[in-house]
Design a protein around this ligand. Structure first.
Ligand code: NAD
Ligand code: MG
Length: 334
C-alpha cells in the first residue's frame, strides 16, 4: 500500500518536475553536469597523512641551506600545483624565491600566468636554477637576481632590475627571512641580532620603498609574518620580534596604501618544512619532532601555502587588505 503511487501523486510529481524545469531551465543541465563531474571527482585526501610526519632525521646545513639537500625534500608544487590563469599577465618579485615558501609561491604564480623575478643569496644558485627552469617551462619570464638584501643599495638595485626585466611590477612578496635559534639572550651577539633585523625588517622597508613608485592601483604587497608573532618561542627572541613587526607593518601600510588602491596583506605560517629550519632555525631536538604538536600532527609543506599567495594577489581578492592569513595547521592565532 505504502509503495503504491496513486494517479493523483504521479500527476502531482510530473507537474512539479515540469514546474521546476520551467522556472529553472539550468537545473537539469546542472544535475547532468554534476553526474559528469562525479566521474572526474578526485579522492578526498586525509590532511594528516598527506605529507611526512615526525620523527624527522636530524640534519644540519650551513646557512642558508638548500631545499634539494633536505631529507625529505620539501614539496613546493613542482609536480602537484595546477594553475587556472588567475594571475594572467601579472609581474611579480619574490624575495627568497629559490626555496621553501617563496619557491612554492613562484611556481604557483608562473602556473597562474605571471612573470616572476626571484631574489636569493648567491649560495642558493642550485635551488634558484631549478625554480627559473620551472617558471620558463610555463612559458613565463623567469628572472634570477641574486644578492644580499641586508644592503640598502642592493635592495634598490634588485627592484630596478626586476622592474626593468619584467617590464613593470604589480606583485611584491617580501618573503626572504632569517631565523637562528639561540637558547639564551646571552648567546645572542649584536651582530646576530642585527643580521635578523636587517633581513626581516630593514630589507622589506627598503624593497617596498623602491617598489612603490612602480606599483599601480590593483597591485598587491604580501609580507611574511609567523605564528611567532603571536606565540613566540623561548629560543627565537630576535626572530619573533621581527615577525610581530611584520604583522604591524602590513596593517599600517594597508591603511596608508588603501586610498591609493594598493592592497597589503600578510601570511603567518606555523611550522613549514623548509631549509630555514635545517640551517640554524631549529635546534636538532626540535627538528626531530618538528610540526608534531599541530592538530594535524605534522609540519606543512610549502605547496600547501601556495594558493594563499595566489588568492591574496588575485583581482577577485579586491576587498582583502590589512589581513594576516594564518597557515599554521591549526595552532596559533593570527
Ligand atoms: P627558506 O630558507 O626556504 O627561505 C628563506 C629565504 O630567505 C632563503 O631561501 C634566502 O634566499 C632568503 N634570505 C635569507 N637571508 C637573505 C639575505 N640576507 N639576502 C637575500 N636573501 C636572503 O625558508 P622559508 O621557511 O620558506 O622562509 C620564508 C619566509 O617564511 C621567511 O620570512 C620565514 O621567516 C617565514 N616563515 C617560515 C616558517 C617555517 O616554518 N618555515 C614559519 C613562519 C614564517
Ligand atoms: Mg633558500
Amino acid at each position: 500500500m505504502e509503495n503504491k503511487i496513486t494517479r493523483r501523486d504521479a500527476i502531482g510529481k510530473i507537474a512539479a518536475t515540469v514546474a521546476i524545469a520551467a522556472v529553472a531551465p539550468g537545473a537539469l543541465a546542472q544535475s547532468q553536469n554534476s553526474n559528469t563531474n562525479k566521474a572526474n571527482a578526485k579522492e578526498l585526501t586525509d590532511p594528516r597523512n598527506k605529507y611526512p610526519k615526525p620523527p624527522f632525521n636530524k640534519q644540519s646545513q650551513p646557512f642558508p641551506g638548500l631545499a634539494g639537500k633536505m631529507t625529505p625534500v620539501p614539496d613546493h608544487g613542482e609536480k602537484s600545483y595546477v594553475g587556472s590563469g588567475r594571475l594572467e599577465g601579472r609581474k611579480a618579485l619574490i624575495t627568497g624565491g629559490d626555496s621553501g615558501i617563496g619557491r612554492a609561491a613562484a611556481i604557483a604564480y608562473a602556473r597562474e600566468g605571471a612573470d616572476v623575478a626571484i631574489n636569493y643569496l648567491p649560495a642558493e644558485e642550485e635551488d634558484a636554477k631549478q625554480v627559473i627552469e620551472l617558471i620558463k617551462k610555463e612559458g613565463r619570464k623567469g628572472i634570477a637576481i641574486p644578492g644580499d638584501i641586508r644592503s640598502e643599495a642592493f635592495c634598490k638595485q634588485l627592484v630596478s632590475q626586476a622592474v626593468q626585466q619584467l617590464g613593470g611590477l604589480d606583485i611584491l612578496i617580501n618573503n626572504a627571512g632569517h631565523q637562528k635559534a639561540n637558547e639564551s639572550i646571552l648567546d645572542l651577539s649584536s651582530d646576530d641580532f642585527d643580521w635578523t633585523m636587517k633581513t626581516n625588517i630593514y630589507a622589506p622597508f627598503w624593497i617596498t620603498k623602491a617598489a612603490l613608485p612602480h606599483m599601480k592601483p590593483g597591485s598587491s604587497i604580501i609580507g611574511l609574518s609567523s605564528i611567532q608573532a603571536y606565540d613566540p618561542s623561548a629560543d627565537l627572541y630576535d626572530y619573533a620580534q621581527t615577525k610581530a613587526a611584520t604583522t604591524n607593518y602590513v596593517k599600517s601600510l594597508a591603511k596608508q596604501l588603501g586610498p591609493k588602491g594598493i592592497r597589503v596583506n600578510g601570511v603567518a605560517p606555523g611550522p613549514v618544512w623548509t631549509p630555514l629550519q635545517v640551517s640554524g632555525g631549529q635546534t636538532q631536538e626540535n627538528l626531530e619532532k618538528f610540526g608534531g604538536d599541530t592538530p594535524l600532527g605534522r609540519p606543512g609543506q610549502p605547496v600547501e601555502l601556495a594558493s594563499i599567495f595566489v588568492q591574496l594577489a588575485a583581482d577577485n581578492a579586491s576587498f582583502a587588505t590589512g589581513q594576516i592569513y594564518g597557515a599554521t595547521g591549526g595552532k596559533g592565532q593570527p
